[in-house]
Design a protein around this ligand. Structure first.
Ligand SMILES: [Mg+2]
Ligand SMILES: [Zn+2]
Length: 210
């Protein structure tokens, strides 16, 4: 074993994991944040990220943002919102070593930007975003977790051969329309981000022969 291997890592989903979705009380619909003013860190996120950083984990974000491909929001809005999130976390003393964004969508939507309407290798549950995060943040894949809130996050973790942990609250079922399918079983789950991190830090690293 090399003495100075890459560090352990946590690859973080954005919507529903770090920040809350945006609810329209009138229509009952939910969508993802597309403006800095809509950013609401979820309970336990700051505490959990501090725990991970203190334990030597490199932090990265891997997020599907098909809004521009679907004609729902502009690329600039996505980038502004992501930058504001990094700023919000930096203000809490949390450094994100890599931000990986998939803008693609296989079928797009009315008025969508055709540049992003395509199949790709990075839209979760595909593993491309996670591979990029591992490389850009200098993570050891055998000691890396994908932390998310959806089946796509678990699928991407499996495809990238990292472990998966889900923040999952049964009673927050109103966000189900944003999920990609039936929940598949993650390696760990907990109702709050910091509880999930505590469980991760108590789990032995994979004994990987690779
Ligand atoms: Mg999510
Ligand atoms: Zn993609």
């Amino acid at each position: 074993m090399s003495a100075m291997a890459a560090r352990p890592g946590a690859i973080l989903d954005r919507d529903g994991t770090l920040i809350d979705v945006v609810r329209d009380e009138e229509t009952g619909t939910v969508q993802v944040a597309f403006h800095p003013s809509q950013l609401r860190l979820l309970p336990g996120v700051v505490e959990g990220l501090h725990l991970l950083a203190a334990a030597g984990y490199g932090l990265a974000i891997a997020t599907n943002q098909p809004g521009p491909a679907k004609g729902q929001v502009s690329l600039a809005a996505v980038e502004r919102t992501n930058s504001a999130l990094l700023g919000l976390l930096a203000a809490e003393g949390i450094e994100i070593a890599a931000l990986e964004v998939c803008l693609h969508h296989p079928s797009g939507g009315p008025g969508g930007d055709a540049r992003w309407v395509t199949e790709c290798a990075c839209r979760k549950p595909k593993p491309g975003l996670l591979f990029r995060a591992i490389e850009h943040a200098g993570l050891d894949a055998t000691r890396t977790w994908m932390i998310g809130d959806s089946a796509a996050d678990v699928g991407a973790a499996r495809a990238a051969h990292v472990r998966s942990a889900l923040v999952f609250l049964e009673e927050r079922c109103e966000i189900c329309p944003l999920r990609d399918g039936p929940l598949v079983r993650p390696d760990l789950r907990a109702p709050r981000f910091d509880q999930l991190v505590a469980a991760i830090l108590q789990t032995p690293h994979m004994n990987c022969s690779g």
